[in-house]
Design a protein around this ligand. Structure first.
Ligand code: AMP
Length: 466
């Protein structure tokens, strides 16, 4: 199948050729024709499957077809200029976007906006902007005053602008919920419902999510009309191009030594190391820098400017090891990432799939290694059940765990998980890289680390961006 055969506008085909795309991915093959027809879509597909183009290409196609008509009509922006020319005091006209894409994180929003610029590069006028928490207000007002056709937004900041009358959704044609499961996990349900209520009933709705079950499914039913359901279970979802491994570790010292060793793998270009907490992301990045790796932390406590700078350095290859929390790392699309390390396992198996999907982008191969305490065998099993794939246990000479890897994995009882288990015992020995008495990067009661950890590593504790 080709992009031409999907019936896309010639300007879009040109942009795709320039981008080096030769044929549509599985999700694009199914979603694009249905979306061009105007159908609502419920799509279960993973990041890395080409889902952004699956919703953005048909939208751009629609706008390209409408462009001639739009060129002859006055946009509110032109009216504003005319009123200025008449010497009238300019009034702020609310932006009237035609398309809204909601994303859970700022990084994903920026990525969608960049992809849109790429796909729409050959169209005469198509403006996509990001509306994000953390971006200065005057800058956002300036972007909105351009009356962009496409808004890509995180829900919280969008609501602020809606409530202050800066955005009017009466002309909205297309609503996309990207990574809807994650937005619900992050507690955005009320914001999403409020935003959906502000959009016209006549809109086309496309919802993308790792899962379409449970709460996501219920919301999807409420906000879509006769949707076409697309379930993509291809190799991108199974991550068949990613070699997955588990290394069992005895304690933190063992884990840190092993991580150092693995990061020296000559086949490694760039890596993401996932931690459960923001504090650990900072501490481990500092420690790796001291050990000579070009490392940087990425987490939700950092200002947006610092996050963007870190991501730019990663894209330029100046940062080789990114130490990140789940929320901050969601949506990172850097082709040079050859390895993903789970320093801590994620709480939810879905997050495991998202994490390892940071490598093996756009058809490349990747390696995903989980460093797992013996007591976490049950969590590895949960991930294996979810992905329907066994993750082989690997042992490196000189880094063998003292206990045999298979025994705790198969004998472990679900009730056996205890807070702090994955930290190598109550005294957490051998956190080899934290210098005694070194100042903490983040505040926290009671010396922070231990108390925080107990909470973090509990099976029901939150493993988000904390
Ligand atoms: P996404 O799932 O939208 O985050 O896309 C994952 C990666 O695949 C991005 O780097 C896209 O630029 C790339 N991509 C999307 N569609 C195609 C395609 N048809 N051919 C080649 N690469 C693609």
């Amino acid at each position: 199948m080709t992009f031409e055969s999907l019936g896309l506008h010639s300007s879009i085909i040109k942009a795709l050729t320039d981008a080096g795309y030769t044929k549509p991915t599985g999700v694009q093959e199914q979603a694009i024709p249905a979306a061009i027809e105007g159908r609502d879509l419920l799509v279960s597909s993973q990041t890395g499957s080409g889902k952004t183009a699956a919703f953005m290409l048909p939208a751009l196609h629609k706008f390209a077809s409408e462009q001639q008509v739009a060129a002859t009509s006055n946009t509110p922006n032109q009216e504003m200029q005319a009123s200025r020319a008449r010497g009238e005091r300019p009034r702020f006209k609310p932006a009237q976007p035609k398309m809204l894409v909601l994303t859970p994180t700022r990084e994903l929003a920026l990525q969608v906006t960049t992809a849109t610029d790429k796909y729409g590069s050959q169209m005469k006028r198509i403006k996509a902007i990001s509306i994000l928490g953390g971006m200065p207000h005057p800058k956002q007002m300036q972007l909105l005053s351009k009356n962009p056709e496409i808004l890509v937004a995180t829900p919280g900041r969008l609501i602020d602008h809606m409530e202050s009358g800066k955005i009017d959704f009466s002309q909205l044609q297309i609503l996309v919920l990207d990574e809807a499961d994650r937005m619900l996990d992050m507690g955005f349900i009320d914001d999403i419902e409020k935003i959906v209520d502000a959009t016209p009933e006549t809109r086309q709705t496309m919802l993308f999510s790792a899962t379409l079950d449970g709460v996501v499914g219920n919301m999807a039913k409420r906000i879509t009309k006769n949707p076409m359901i697309i379930q993509i279970a291809g190799s991108a979802t199974k991550h068949e191009n990613i070699q997955q491994k588990v290394h069992f570790v005895d304690d933190l010292s063992h884990k840190n030594r092993l991580l150092d060793h693995l990061l020296r793998d000559v086949t490694m270009d760039q890596a993401v190391v996932f931690t459960a907490t923001k504090r650990d992301a900072d501490t481990i990045a500092d420690r790796l820098n001291i050990a000579g790796f070009a490392a940087a932390a990425l987490h939700g406590d950092m200002h947006q400017g610092a996050r963007n700078r870190t991501l730019d350095s990663l894209r330029r290859g100046q940062v080789r090891v990114l130490v990140a929390t789940d929320v901050a790392a969601r949506g990172i699309d850097v082709p040079g990432i050859t390895h993903v390390f789970n320093y801590d396992l994620p709480k939810f198996p879905e997050d495991y799939v998202h994490r390892i999907g940071r490598t093996g982008r756009a058809g490349r191969n990747g390696v995903a290694v989980s460093l797992v305490n013996h007591a976490e065998g049950i969590n590895v099993k949960r991930i294996e059940r979810f992905t329907k794939q066994l993750i082989p246990v690997d042992i490196i000479e000189g880094f063998e765990p003292k206990r045999s890897a298979s025994a705790p994995r198969s004998n472990h009882k679900p009730g056996g998980w205890k807070p702090g288990d994955n930290r190598g015992g109550p005294n957490k020995p051998g956190r080899s890289f934290s210098k005694p008495g070194a100042p903490r990067k983040e505040g926290g009661a009671g010396g922070g680390y231990k108390g925080n950890r107990s909470n973090d590593s509990g099976a029901r504790g939150s493993f988000g961006d904390r």
